[in-house]
Design a protein. Sequence first.
Length: 97
Amino acid sequence: MVLVRACLMLVLAAAASPAAMAAQPAPTPAALALFQRDWVLMNWALKYYDADDSISLSPAESAAAADAFRTIADVDRDGRVTPEEYRAAREAILTRD
């Protein structure tokens, strides 16, 4: 399913005009994939970062949500989110929201 979505995104990006592409932020496949594979993070991201209420995340929205999640999760500020940090941040989101 994720592969199908990724392919669809590539096709849509290729079909967009150059002017429209210049106005859009660069796609962030890793950020989109993060939210697509974890329903807790997706619901959190939609609640706080879906600015246009489209019930989907644009590349810019997913990048902003991924940055915010990284800030929450990377408690030792080493620039990496370990599996333990990921689980703890996910649990915090579950209990907070």
